[in-house]
Design a protein around this ligand. Structure first.
Ligand code: PLZ
Length: 456
């Protein structure tokens, strides 16, 4: 199907990047925005739609980042914008804890319907992915009466105190050069991940990798002490690591055997990103709780925890919530976004994006010798850069490629524990020609960077 776009879907650069207006904003920012907030791109956005970001100097970039997997329906989807306008014209806030409203209930109904499993489900709404993770852990602890939480190597779950503890990577999330945001929350344990490209034994199966993690849990905690196992079904910030088949099902089975709450953190993978409503579906797992955020509301801040009714209902009234959680404008945006996801078949589009991009990325890997692994699912695809012909992570080439793409009008993001991964997260509504053009740019810039390596 063809989409209607408000902005012309065309890459065009009028100035250097950043242009003079972006540079002027950067100077103002320098005076007032805390240094701890870093931006990956130096240009300031004026408008965005479909697969295009337009900056304040009139430069139009192809967006392969979606604001980190958020604007799957585009940054100004008509259904989202219409829902927001309509709702904002009536009331922008009452606080669901004070005087409730329909939008919140309707979003929870949709979450119950769209997530895997046909059992009775309930949900709570929150403001951010980190807050969703915090609340999933609160629910699991109350429901089990246990305290330990197991997270995995390369995991990212957020930047609040508990979620920093769950996140694996130290800098920049848990501290800086010689500094720390700690002390971190206690009772967090880290288990080994299934990371097919970096396994010492390349033959290890997903089930065996799961047994390795289970041995660690059994020896360090004991199943009876574990409240929750939390895992991203495809790791996001960690570098789009897809565990070997069988890893997630065996972990879910172990959790069931031990009365542990299995939490899938689908903040980055949810809502059509991987070609399914939720990435858990690819392995047929039915998590007890799922955390959602990012793509669900077309860019408005909204998040949630959805899962087994008896778990959500184990928490006493007043134990969960917050001033803004499930804000009515954000709920209206989500209902609009869900409509677009269904009507424009964004699951199908995510699969189509993979069909177009994966063969080209694989060819680029074979040709340049600096990409050790091409992986991902749907419109969540990554290239892991390594020393030519080897496996040593190469973060420098990733920085050069991102800068090179920016200079050509394409926005791409990095990822990975070692900073050596380029990840593609295009809006799912991007046109096929625009996507192909961005991939051409990425290929040319990568070839040049790889050539410079071999030449130098
Ligand atoms: N869980 C799986 O991917 C957010 C964060 C970028 P918030 N990922 C992007 C950054 O540098 O902070 C994320 C995620 C997964 C939780 C979160 C946290 O979501 O909405 O950023 O709190």
């Amino acid at each position: 199907m063809t989409m209607d776009y408000r902005l012309e879907q065309k890459r065009s650069l009028r100035t250097d990047v950043p242009g003079p207006r972006s540079a002027a904003l950067a100077a103002r920012r320098e005076n007032v925005v805390g240094a701890g907030v870093a931006s990956a791109q130096p240009f300031y956005v004026q408008d965005a739609d479909g697969g295009i970001l337009v900056d304040v100097d009139g430069n139009a970039f192809i967006d392969l980042g979606s604001g980190i997997a958020v604007t799957s329906v585009g940054a100004s989807d008509a259904a989202v914008v219409g829902g927001v306008r309509e709702q904002a014209g009536h009331f922008t806030h009452t606080c669901f804890l004070v005087s409730p409203y329909e939008g919140y209930v309707a979003v929870c109904e949709a979450l119950a319907e769209l997530t895997p499993g046909r059992h009775a489900k309930k949900a709570v709404l929150l403001n951010s992915g980190a807050e969703a993770v915090e609340n999933a852990v609160k629910v699991a602890r109350i429901a089990t009466g246990r305290s330990a939480v197991v997270a995995f190597d390369h995991a990212f779950h957020g930047r609040t105190n508990l979620t920093m503890a769950l996140t694996a990577k130290n800098a920049p999330y848990k501290g800086g050069d010689g500094t720390t945001f700690g002390p971190f929350a206690p009772e967090i344990y880290r288990a080994p991940m299934s990371y097919p490209f970096r396994e010492e034994n390349p033959e290890i199966t997903g089930a065996q990798a799961a047994e390795r993690a289970i041995r660690m849990m059994e020896s360090q905690i004991g199943g009876h002490g574990i409240a929750a196992i939390i895992i991203e079904p495809v790791q996001g910030e960690g570098g789009f690591i897809v565990p070997a088949p069988g890893f997630l099902p065996r972990l879910a089975e172990y959790a069931r055997e031990q009365g542990i709450v299995f939490i899938a953190d689908e903040v980055q993978t949810g809502f059509c990103r991987t070609g399914a409503w939720f990435a858990s579906e690819h392995e047929g797992i039915v998590p007890d709780l799922i955390t959602v955020a990012k793509g669900m509301a077309g860019g408005l801040p909204l998040a949630g925890v959805v899962g087994r009714a008896e778990l959500l209902d184990a928490v006493h009234g007043g134990g969960l919530g917050g001033t803004y959680g499930g804000n009515p404008v954000a709920c209206a945006a989500a209902l609009g976004a869900f409509g677009t996801m269904r009507e424009a078949d964004l699951n199908g589009r995510a699969r189509r994006i993979e069909e177009i991009a994966r063969p080209r990325l694989e060819a680029l890997a074979a040709e340049t010798g600096v990409v050790g692994d091409v992986r991902g699912r749907g419109a969540m695809l990554a290239l892991e850069f390594v020393t030519p012909g080897g496996t040593e992570p190469d973060a420098e080439i990733v920085k050069r490629i991102i800068a090179g793409c920016r200079a050509e009008g394409v926005v791409i993001l990095s990822a990975g524990t070692y900073g050596n991964v380029i990840r593609l997260l295009p809006p799912l509504v991007i046109g096929e020609d625009l996507l192909a053009e961005a991939l051409d740019v990425l290929a040319a810039v990568t070839r040049a960077a790889a050539g410079a390596l071999t030449a130098g």
